[in-house]
Structures are given as structure tokens and as C-alpha cells.
Design a protein around this ligand. Structure first.
Ligand SMILES: Cc1cc2nc3c(=O)[nH]c(=O)nc-3n(C[C@H](O)[C@H](O)[C@H](O)COP(=O)(O)OP(=O)(O)OC[C@H]3O[C@@H](n4cnc5c(N)ncnc54)[C@H](O)[C@@H]3O)c2cc1C
Length: 324
């Protein structure tokens, strides 16, 4: 069995969870970070890694993925255990006040306290029909690093902002880009659509994937026009299925934690209705709550410092300054 033992388990490796991992390390706590996505970064990596963010303190402007890379780097000296591609499914409180967090892949994390930084819930990409066997063999649902598509023929599927942003961002990196959408209307911003139309990207409407071909890796994709049934097989070594994400509070709802609508109710210590379980970031709710990265950072620090006291009641909430 995949068994881990840590002081603090952080459920959700978005910006709030990553910062919580740094802060816990700073407080001398060992951590495990569980996320259902294959990469850390939450909404930022999955939805807008190439967009500039202007409202994170200390960064006049920062690219989404760069912010995430910096957060990972900041936590790295404390060696958090990453359990990626794993949905936290069970949270069981033990008689001694500790917890066992179980994932859908059977991992068990024995932990003294828990922080839930689960954002808008488990965040799973809408799958490309029949695509799952090609996951990791050329098919991706988001592109945290553009370089993986260098010199490839890339097929992008989707009509939203992500699909059109990938197309523009990959234009100078990929060998060729074809963007297909099953309708002739797009959810993407009009100006992005115009930019794609004016670019070298081949844009095909009323077009869907019929079949992906390839042995080890994707080599080609047959696409078809859903109005005329006309088919074409195009070379592609990379497929980006930008069909959106489903978010689901799912397992959290069965953990006996007070939830108001889709959010976890917390007190001023960021503690949930279950003693020893804290929360931070987009998932929390209280009067006046603002859902921003900077707010998530503050809540993560509060949650960790109070979790440290739950773990060791003789510890102080205020950790002292990092500047020594
Ligand atoms: C297009 C867009 C642009 C934005 N621009 C800005 C901006 O400019 N400035 C700003 O401050 N904010 C911006 N935001 C909002 C910002 O991205 C969020 O506030 C931030 O990502 C919240 O971080 P988080 O760590 O709390 O949650 P998230 O980023 O949502 O991360 C939560 C993570 O938890 C995981 N998870 C949830 N439940 C489970 C479970 N049971 N098991 C395992 N994993 C789980 C999810 O997979 C996810 O990775 C933007 C959002 C979008 C969509």
C-alpha cells in the first residue's frame, strides 16, 4: 500500500495549497500535497498559464505559470510529498485527533492535521471521446509548458478561451497548428478569435475528431465535418483537448464538514467545523470573502499557523518573521 506519514496534508495544489506547503515547511512541519490534476497550479496552470497576472503583491506583472513555478520553488527546500493525479476521497478522524486521508488510487496519508485548499472542487478535464488511451502519449488537456509542443504538428480541439489562447501562444513554437471546433460559434473572446483568424493557424468549424492514430505516440488524427461527413487525416504529434473542465466538490461533501452552497465555512482561524481540519483559498466562505490569489495566500498562512497549534498545543500561532 502507498502509505505516507506527515504532519500536515494539504488537499489541493493550486496557489493557496502550494503557499501552504511553503509555510508549513517554514514552521518545521512535513507535508503531503494531494491534487487530482497531473500538475500543481490549480486554476492558474489549467486555465491560464500564459496570461499575465497583475494583482499579486510584489509582482507588477507575472505570467501564470511563472507564479506557479516560483511557488513550487519556494516550497521545494522543505520537500513536500506530491500525490498528483490523485483525488482525495476519504477523510477519517482518528480517536487521537489525527486523520487518515485516502485517495482514489488507494494511497493513505496519516496526518496530524489537514488543510483543504480545493478551490472550486476537483477539477477534471472534459475528456476527448476515445482519447483516454492517448493520454500521456501526445494528448494533453492543458499545456503548462509550451516547449513540449516545439516543432510538433498540433491539433487543438475546442472553441473557448483556452483553445484560442493555446493556438496563439503555440504559433511560434509548433510546426503547424490546426484548431477545430464542432460549431461555428466560439465562446472565446472576439478579439482572440480575430487574432487567430489573422494568424497562420488553420481554423476549421463544424469539425470533430473521428479517430486518433499512432502506436507509441500520436502520429495522425482523422477529423470529420459534422455537416458534410467529409473526412481528412492530418499529421499530428500533439493534441490539445481544450474542452473545458468539470468542477465537483464531490468527495468533500461526505466529510461531515459544514458547507454553504459550494464553499467550506471557516472561522477566523480558517478552521472548518471539524477541529483540526482547516481550509483556505477559493473554497472558503465567510462574510466579505473575496476570491483572489492574494487572499488565498493570506488564508493559507493563517490556516497553517493555526494547524501548527492544533498539532502542538504548546506552539505559538505567530511563527516569528521569515526574515529571521
Ligand atoms: C481565467 C481566470 C483568470 C483569473 N485571473 C486572476 C487574476 O488575475 N488574479 C487573481 O488573484 N485571481 C485570478 N483568478 C482566480 C484565481 O485563479 C483563483 O482565485 C485561484 O486559483 C484560487 O486558488 P486555490 O489554490 O484556492 O484554488 P485552485 O486554483 O482552484 O486549486 C484547487 C486545486 O484543488 C484540487 N482539488 C480540489 N478538490 C480535490 C480533491 N478532493 N482531491 C484532490 N485535489 C482536489 C483541484 O484539482 C485544484 O488543482 C482567475 C481565474 C480564472 C479562471
Amino acid at each position: 500500500m502507498d502509505r505516507h506519514e506527515v504532519d500536515l496534508t494539504i488537499i489541493g495544489a493550486g496557489p493557496s495549497g502550494l503557499y501552504a506547503a511553503y509555510y508549513a515547511g517554514f514552521r518545521g512541519l512535513t507535508t503531503a500535497l494531494v491534487d487530482s490534476l497531473p500538475e500543481p497550479g490549480g486554476q492558474v496552470s489549467a486555465l491560464y498559464p500564459e496570461k499575465m497576472i497583475y494583482d499579486v503583491a510584489g509582482f507588477p506583472a507575472v505570467r501564470g505559470q511563472e507564479l506557479i513555478d516560483r511557488l513550487v520553488e519556494q516550497a521545494a527546500p522543505y520537500e513536500p510529498t506530491y500525490l498528483l493525479n490523485q483525488r482525495a476521497e476519504q477523510l477519517d478522524k482518528q480517536e487521537d485527533g489525527s486523520f487518515i486521508v485516502g485517495t482514489h488510487k488507494g494511497a493513505q496519508v496519516h496526518t496530524k492535521s489537514v488543510i483543504i485548499t480545493g478551490g472550486i472542487g476537483t477539477f477534471t478535464p472534459r475528456p476527448l471521446p476515445d482519447g483516454e488511451t492517448f493520454e500521456g502519449r501526445g494528448l494533453v488537456y492543458f499545456v503548462p509548458r509550451l516547449e513540449v509542443m516545439r516543432d510538433k504538428d498540433v491539433l487543438i480541439v475546442g472553441g473557448g478561451d483556452s483553445a484560442f489562447d493555446w493556438a496563439l501562444n503555440l504559433e511560434d513554437i509548433a510546426r503547424s497548428i490546426t484548431l477545430i471546433h464542432r460549431r461555428d460559434r466560439f465562446r472565446a473572446h472576439e478579439d482572440t478569435v480575430e487574432k487567430v483568424k489573422a494568424s497562420s493557424v488553420r481554423l476549421l468549424t463544424f469539425t470533430e475528431v473521428a479517430q486518433i492514430h499512432g502506436d507509441e505516440e500520436i502520429e495522425a488524427v482523422t477529423i470529420f465535418n459534422n455537416q458534410t461527413d467529409e473526412r481528412e487525416t492530418i499529421k499530428a504529434q500533439g493534441v490539445v483537448a481544450a474542452l473545458g473542465f468539470k468542477s465537483d466538490l464531490g468527495p468533500l461533501k461526505s466529510w461531515d464538514i459544514e458547507i454553504d452552497k459550494r464553499n467550506i465555512v471557516v472561522d477566523t482561524r480558517m478552521e472548518t467545523s471539524v477541529e483540526g481540519v482547516f481550509a483556505g483559498g477559493d473554497i472558503t466562505d465567510y462574510e466579505g470573502k473575496v476570491r483572489l490569489i492574494s487572499v488565498g495566500f493570506g488564508e493559507a498562512a493563517t490556516a497553517v499557523n493555526n494547524a501548527a497549534v492544533y498539532i502542538d498545543p504548546s506552539a505559538k500561532v505567530f511563527p516569528g518573521h521569515s526574515s529571521g
